[in-house]
Ligand binder design. Structure first.
Ligand SMILES: *Cc1c(COP(=O)(O)O)cnc(C)c1O
Length: 369
């Protein structure tokens, strides 16, 4: 019997990149594969997409090393940069591109530069590092403040180990809203601060790709939409022409009748209003399905939407199949994906599709097609 299994449709990945291309036809397209490619499997995703993209974005140097050790030769960008001299040395050796977002990172690169120089290594022993200066245009998470930018540019320009020209990036906080004043202000600040510089400029993640054509500049950085999931909470990926890449499946491991008034699950917090038939699905928070999913959260059993009843436990979830159900032990259950958008499941749980796909646990099997 097929227990918790994520079916990954790699053709849907390229389909989704083509959809994004319709919005950002002329830009470099960097695909975000951080957090194990949003739970989809970083290596197979990178292998499937390498031929059609500019490069890959990761959050940790370990993710970048994994890709380069597995012969992914496309450029790799460290979205949060490096956190020690040793990481910066690896960045240079592996020719990763890196964000520089803080004074600490700026000081490290100056230190590295001085070290290279004193060792007499400034004549091309390692190629200069491609740097993206991160500007904080209002998100207030990472990046230099507008008043720091000219000093940062000046200091980076003096480092022989930094490739010229410098590139610039920023990140939107609210681009999932169309026509929002906050996003407009971020765009105009970014434009003002990067005006006249010839390096690459990038600000748009998925929602910027779809909602803010004026923000596309030289490079876009989609993540969630590549996996077929909408970056806007109110929409499903399907409505943007995207196809779900992951279909999370499992099976019914028990089918049983419960009499009117019978209580189900831990805490006995759900009670049958009529005689009915329950299905027990081999999936639980031990697989990454959130324990907080309430009664009523849908699943698909034999093409029919059925509600979760009672609490999600570690390895199992009970669903109400209905009194006349003919579903059998071994029948497939779809938790989300083809036929049941992960966005819809996420809305029931009070989260977003990003979180559901990213928090899958190691015991879930993956099948790639
Ligand atoms: C994760 C990330 C993205 C991608 O965001 P999505 O909403 O998943 O498209 C883009 N840029 C940066 C800096 C990120 O960290």
């Amino acid at each position: 019997m097929k227990l918790a299994t994520a079916l990954i449709d790699t053709a849907a990945l390229t389909h989704n990149v083509n959809v994004i291309r319709q919005y950002a036809a002329d830009q470099d397209i960097w695909i975000m594969v951080k957090a194990n490619a949003y739970g989809h499997g970083i290596l197979p995703v990178a292998e499937a997409l390498a031929p059609v993209v500019t490069g890959f974005g990761v959050a940790r140097i370990d993710e970048a090393l994994l890709l380069s050790q597995q012969k992914i030769t496309k450029p790799i960008l460290l979205l949060e940069g490096y956190f020690s001299l040793a990481e910066l040395e690896q960045t240079a050796q592996c020719q990763f591109q890196t964000v520089v977002h803080s004074i600490e990172q700026l000081a490290l690169i100056e230190q590295y530069n001085a070290q290279q120089k004193s060792a007499g290594l400034d004549n091309g022993s390692t190629a200069p590092i491609s740097v993206w200066v991160k500007i904080d245009t209002g998100m207030h998470r990472l990046g230099f403040l507008p008043e720091q930018i000219s000093e940062v540019i000046e200091r980076l320009s003096l480092c022989e180990c930094v490739a010229k020209p410098l590139n610039f990036m920023s990140h939107f906080s609210s681009a999932d809203e169309k026509d929002g004043d906050f996003t407009k202000a971020q765009i105009s600040l970014f434009e003002q601060l990067t005006k006249g510089f010839i390096g690459k400029k990038s600000i748009a993640a998925s929602s910027g790709c779809f909602n803010w054509p004026t923000s596309h500049y030289d490079a876009v950085r989609p993540g969630i939409s590549v996996y077929g999931i909408s970056p806007m909470e109110a929409l499903n990926g399907q409505e943007l022409g995207l196809k779900p890449v992951m279909t999370m499946t499992s099976s019914l491991i028990a089918v049983r009748d419960v009499a009117k008034g019978g209580k189900v699950g831990y805490g006995a917090n759900w009670q049958a209003k009529t005689d009915t038939r329950l299905g027990v699905v081999a999936m639980g928070y031990g697989d990454g399905y959130p324990r907080l999913a309430p009664t009523g959260t849908p699943m698909l059993v034999n093409g029919r939407k059925v509600p979760i009843v009672g609490r999600v436990s570690m390895d199992m979830i009970t669903v109400d199949l209905g009194p006349n159900a003919t579903d059998k032990v071994g029948d497939e259950v779809i938790l989300w994906g083809e036929g049941l958008p992960v966005e819809e499941v996420a809305r029931h749980i009070g989260t977003i599709g990003y979180e559901l796909v990213t928090q899958i646990m190691p015991r879930v099997k993956y099948i790639y097609s």
